[in-house]
Design a protein around this ligand. Sequence first.
Ligand code: ADP
Ligand code: GLC
Length: 486
Amino acid sequence: MDHNSIRVLFATSEVFPLVKTGGLADISFALPKALRQLGVDVRLLVPAYPVIKQQLDLKPVDDPIPLFPVLNQAPAQLLLGQLPDTDVPVYAIDSPALFGREGGPYQDSMGNDWADNALRFGVLSRIAAYFGEHRFSFKPHLVHCNDWQTSLAPAYLHYAPASHAKTLISLHNVAYQGVFDAGLLHLLELPDASYHMHGLEYYQQLSFLKAGIVYANWVATVSPTYAREIQTPTFGYGLAGLLASRQHELSGILNGIDASWSPVNDPLLPHHYHADDLSGKAANKHALRNRLGLHHAPERPLIGLIGRLAYQKGLDLVLPVLPNILAEGAQVVLLGSGDKGMEQHLRELAQRYQGQLSVTIGYDEALAHQIEAGSDLFLMPSRFEPCGLNQLYSMCYGTLPIVRRTGGLADTVIDVTPTHLDQGIATGFVFDYEDPAILLNTVQRALVLYRSPELWRYVQQTAMRRDFSWTKSAGDYLDLYQHLLA
Ligand code: ADP
Ligand code: GLC
């Protein structure tokens, strides 16, 4: 099919800059934008959370949509608007009972999952499937689902009397599966025929993600290495066998980064710079230390760390050796939120190491950009990482990543070894084992390079000149769409 006539519904539960808990939001912004530049008519489908209604100019379209009878609620209304700074149309599902509440997209302000998430994201999936049944004025050839929140759509379409669209599920993280009580099957209007071990049944429960993997025409993940890893027990979180059984319809396409992440013109940075003149980077480091109250010592390296405080991110591998890292003369700046115990522990550490360690608990987009620009090194010791965006942002900002060799980290960071230095391809520091001592060793290795300014600048420039734009990856998605629609 000619790519200029392909219509795609991109169904997602979060999208930057409207609502974001992690990398999925960044991808939901950047990939549709890049695909439209290639001529694909891709449109988003999201829930109309209050933050979305506040930020977009939305107009009702199409007829009201009846919800699951159990909800006993007024029909939902589709609203249509446009994603800021793009030409991407956004359909938002207006159902105040389901989405009209303050708090996060998945959790209340205390960090508890909303009790009715199965119904909320059942509705999102159901309406994505209705698009695939061509019930609305926009009639996509393909419904592109993302993560468990939209993952029932392929099941609905599989059993729909008239399905007109192919389905693709992108797995951004197999550890989050949306597993709920099996009693919800009928309330979600799923047929009995879907409830078996080769369907969406998962140990006597109902798994959204499994439904997507079973019923979608194709399964994509966000890096080639993660695509292989999830077919093994350690990374498959109970779905390895199923994923392996679909290995011929399973592929990994690396995420790109949006052009708005560039040290040349990032509006959230106090100073701009580029690979040939890094003086602005030093100025950002100075400004960051000022902002966070770190001791001024221009020659001391600054190590950044940003992310969800979750098992996945491996922060607990850092804590036992944090005093050693600081003793090496490095300063550490951390931004994150998540596990409440970890948050508290980090606050205490920040007290103990004032001037050397800065901890910001919470979510702060501007600070995230400033850490990427102002740090020398970026630490990302993830246990698993489907793709990871922060190591890409880091390289682009001349901040050398220190990563564990897993998933997208393994696919994007090239270790500083003598051979890679000779080949002019080294961009960061990579270690294998989930072991604090090995992590410390790798940090020390990075600090040795830091003390050789010329070599350091050479690796920084290599990292900054790598192309992580969406151009290639969006083309890979387009190829996949065409393959599915052939
Ligand atoms: P994941 O999606 O697993 O959380 P990614 O590396 O793919 O990891 O993406 C994380 C995204 O969320 C990045 O854009 C990162 O800068 C951002 N982010 C994570 N935590 C925070 C925070 N506390 N404040 C601001 N941005 C954050
Ligand atoms: C998930 C993954 C992360 C990935 C992001 C976007 O949140 O944890 O590795 O970069 O999705 O695909």
